[in-house]
Design a protein. Structure first.
Length: 103
């Protein structure tokens, strides 16, 4: 399984445009083969901070997503408004449920 996680900071003057682009790319990407989870959240609108979290079944699915026209269009719409970003791919071998501790 592949996890993609990171953050970006966008110019707050263009945050509405960025949010609209995020909603569109989320809807399109969630329908792609191999996409298990795909979300971007505006964490601090006053600072333009956005968190990115994705889950893919394998590298091939993520690589195919990275070549899609929809992602290229999304990047073209928002990259000029990004002041900083750091997004990384992580390969995960196993997962384990996180339980709620008893008092």
């Amino acid at each position: 399984m592949i996890i993609v996680a990171g953050s970006a900071v966008f110019d707050v003057d263009h945050l509405d445009e960025v949010r609209a682009a995020i909603r569109e790319i989320e809807e399109i990407t969630r329908a792609e083969d191999g996409c298990l989870y795909y979300a971007m959240a505006v964490d601090d609108p006053d600072k333009g901070e956005v968190t990115v979290l994705e889950q893919w079944c394998d590298n091939a699915s993520l690589d195919a997503h990275l070549r899609t026209e929809s992602l290229k269009q999304f990047q073209a719409r928002v990259i000029g408004h990004a002041r900083d970003f750091s997004i990384k791919r992580y390969e995960v071998g196993t997962g384990q449920d996180v339980g709620i501790p008893e008092n």
